[in-house]
Design a protein around this ligand. Structure first.
Ligand code: AP5
Ligand code: MG
Length: 214
């Protein structure tokens, strides 16, 4: 199964994708995570992407479609994929069709996490992750069970994203409205689009998605 999780910054794409990965043996392909890894490693892609990401703007379609193709080539054809944060423009949606077709894959569902944008600023500015394993947390909505210790791996190192400040979040939302939201009708016309209530509690959102996937 190949699915897309679509929604604005902070909608919960990463949170839900990592749950599906753990529960269903699918693989999460997050272009945001891949680009952050490239920035950290100082690769040519990372050098191009760093300032763009810090400004909350979109990295070029060629770069992100390139890294998605490469990531798919590392997976066996039977492995299901959750696209998290890709596609984000009409050109990327078109590239994804070609990328999947070339690998004998097809798109099964596009799941829109519908959210109230104002609530997202709080979600994003309160977000942090484990510096070792990447498990996601939130100052208000999801604290580690034991303060200062990661539930998943026991690490005591946590980090915050450089683009998780209010000003950059507003730019990311403007980019979403202008360039990403317009691809929803494309998937609707293909009868692939399913909407879930992304404002519900994390577990409730997961069950809504499970119902769609069957
Ligand atoms: P990316 O990393 O994809 O960031 P984003 O789309 O802005 O989305 P986020 O990761 O911020 O949010 P999310 O939906 O994953 O939410 P999360 O689950 O963490 O992209 C970053 C940058 O990379 C872009 O700005 C761009 O520059 C570049 N880029 C990436 N892909 C690109 C592409 N395809 N094309 C061009 N450029 C690209 O949840 C947020 C917080 O809320 C967490 O703390 C979580 O615990 C909490 N939370 C989640 N769900 C709930 C809930 N239901 N209730 C309460 N709290 C919740
Ligand atoms: Mg994310």
């Amino acid at each position: 199964m190949n699915i897309i999780l679509l929604g604005p910054p902070g909608a919960g794409k990463g949170t839900q994708a990592s749950r599906l990965q753990d529960e269903r043996g699918m693989v999460q392909l997050s272009t945001g995570d891949m680009l952050r890894a490239a920035v950290k490693d100082g690769t040519p892609v990372g050098l191009k992407a760093k300032a763009i990401m810090e400004a909350g703007e979109l990295v070029s379609d060629e770069i992100v479609s390139g890294i998605i193709g490469e990531a798919l080539d590392k997976l066996s054809p039977e492995t299901g994929v959750i696209f998290d944060g890709y596609p984000r423009t009409a050109a990327q949606a078109e590239s994804l069709d070609a990328i999947l077709a070339a690998r004998g894959r097809k798109l099964d569902h596009v799941i829109e996490l519908a959210v109230d944008e104002e609530a997202l600023v709080e979600r994003i500015t309160g977000r942090f992750t484990c510096g070792n394993c990447g498990e996601g947390y939130h100052d208000t909505f999801k604290q580690p069970k034991q303060a200062g210790v990661c539930d998943a791996c026991g690490s005591t190192e946590f980090k915050r994203r450089p683009d998780d400040n209010e000003e950059t979040v507003r730019t990311r939302m403007t980019e979403y409205r202008a360039k990403t939201a317009p691809i929803l009708p494309i998937y609707k016309s293909r009868h692939l689009l399913k909407k879930v209530d992304g404002m519900a509690a994390i577990d409730v959102v997961t069950s809504q998605i499970e119902t769609i996937l069957g």
